[in-house]
Design a protein around this ligand. Structure first.
Ligand SMILES: Cc1cc2nc3c(=O)[nH]c(=O)nc-3n(C[C@H](O)[C@H](O)[C@H](O)COP(=O)(O)O)c2cc1C
Length: 433
């Protein structure tokens, strides 16, 4: 087998380690959540262990349901946050999240290129179509998947053409002749498309260095197809090995259909990490993090996902494959995951209700020691189902510190990750032109 590329690793700046009960700990620094220092400390730690990038998911709406108990989706604007980090770091990629459904291409082209300049070539764009928030932008509902991704494709194309509309070498700044720019190199784009009419050119020259890498997060067929055509990295939700394998195989096939090589698209699942010195410590951290999630809500989730009502089942009774109702015609990710889990492990009701799939998003999750995490990551990488991951440490600040200060160096020692940067641009870390 050909030697696999080393892992590509990003760090989530969404403070996943403070979700659940994590923010209530004395050392959580929750009061500093909206200061630039909060994210900077983590970005510096991530850069010290040579991560490819820091990453901020972002949304443009405020779900109130959980806000009494946790910070939920409250956050600084992700592009402004990355601009604050840019001057204080020197190597790490800075990935901001920008919606193609809710924002305007000219403004976005300008903001991203500004971040690319301010960071000396380290901007990355996580292209999302948006989960919700349309009512904050004059829309009653989000367009259906195919339309959203058609718009995303047009949006992304326009942003690239705007970047190209004012090339770096158009700036002469020739003091002797007094000629500032060669305007023959700067052109309007005169775009008239299904969703946008944009004249251009952009009022900012392109950064004279490697391009802005593109990340995409979206799970539907239309989303995957857009990623296969466009993205360098896919931020994925893959709750188990089978889901990661299915996604990797599917993206590879779609990449080839778009005339790209499978390895042009790096699959990076989010990975929830509840880390401790011992497994017992890690498991206690996991349970404590989700202690306030009521049993009723967990039971409802099982009922919703599987159509299986466990309300009157004793805690010690095993749930087996024979108990599963027939699969729904279009199996959702959580349903598929729970069906596989029950078939493989036949957990007791108590064990099932304490599973991370029921109390957090169905991301790949490891509850254990650094050694446990290295072994599982090496297995997935060795099998070729992932190209890296986005670290989302959970439970406590300590778990986050273990992830950055112990797990990443352990991956480097195992030969799975770089032990030094070889370039200063984000694209250099990915090995793309
Ligand atoms: C792993 C993952 C992360 C996402 N992160 C964000 C985000 O930070 N902000 C956002 O507005 N939408 C986010 N989305 C939503 C997607 O951009 C997309 O709008 C949504 O998933 C619908 O597209 P799909 O049908 O292809 O999944 C995310 C989706 C996935 C699967």
């Amino acid at each position: 087998m050909a030697t696999r590329r080393k892992l590509c690793i990003g760090m989530s700046l969404a403070p996943t380690w403070l979700s659940g009960e994590g923010w209530r700990a004395d050392d959580s620094n929750i009061d500093g959540l909206f200061s630039s220092d909060f994210a900077l400390d983590i970005a510096r730690m991530a850069e010290a262990v040579h991560l490819d990038f820091v990453f901020r998911p972002d949304t443009l709406y405020l779900p109130m349901e959980r806000l009494e108990q946790s910070f939920g989706f409250t956050s600084l604007d992700s592009t402004m946050l990355m601009a604050a980090i840019a001057r204080e770091t020197s190597h790490i990629g800075l990935v901001t999240t920008v919606s193609t459904t809710l924002q305007q291409p000219y403004l976005v082209a300008r903001q991203l290129m500004s971040l690319h300049w301010l960071s000396k070539g380290r901007a990355g764009w996580n292209i999302v179509t948006a989960m919700q928030g349309q009512e904050n932008f004059g829309m009653e509902s989000l367009p259906k998947s195919e339309d959203r991704y058609a718009e995303a494709a047009e949006f992304t194309d326009v942003v690239h053409r705007l970047w190209a509309s004012f090339p770096a070498d158009a700036v002469l700044a020739d003091r002797a002749s007094g000629r500032y720019a060669d305007t023959s190199k700067i052109h309007p784009i005169n775009h008239v498309g299904r969703s946008y009419r944009i004249k251009g050119p952009l009022n900012l020259p392109a950064y004279p260095g490697p391009r802005v890498p593109l990340i995409q997060a979206g799970a539907s067929g239309a989303g995957r197809d857009f990623a296969a055509a466009t993205a360098d990295i896919v931020f994925a939700m893959t709750p188990d090995f089978d889901a990661a394998k299915e996604l990797r195989d599917d993206l590879s096939a779609r990449a080839v259909a778009h005339g790209r090589a499978p390895e042009d698209i790096r699959v990076l699942p989010g990975i929830g990490l509840y880390l401790g010195e011992t497994r017992v410590e890690a498991e206690a951290l996991f349970s404590a993090t989700h202690a306030r999630i009521p049993r009723e809500r967990r039971l409802d989730k099982v009922l919703d996902a599987l159509g299986l009502d466990l309300r009157n089942w004793p805690d010690a009774r095993q749930v087996t494959a024979a108990d599963l109702p027939p699969a729904k015609p279009r199996t959702a990710m959580l349903e598929a995951r729970l069906r596989r889990l029950i078939t493989a492990e036949a957990p007791t009701v108590a064990q099932l209700l304490n599973r991370h799939e029921l109390v957090a998003a169905p991301h790949w999750t490891i509850v254990g020691t650094v050694e446990d995490a290295v072994a599982e990551i090496a297995e997935w990488h060795g099998a070729g189902v992932i190209d890296g991951m986005i670290l989302a440490p959970c439970g406590s600040t300590r778990s986050m510190h273990i992830a950055l200060q112990q797990l990443v160096p352990a991956l480097a020692r195992a030969g799975l990750f770089r032990s030094a940067y070889t370039g200063t641009h984000f694209a250099d870390h990915l090995g793309i032109a």
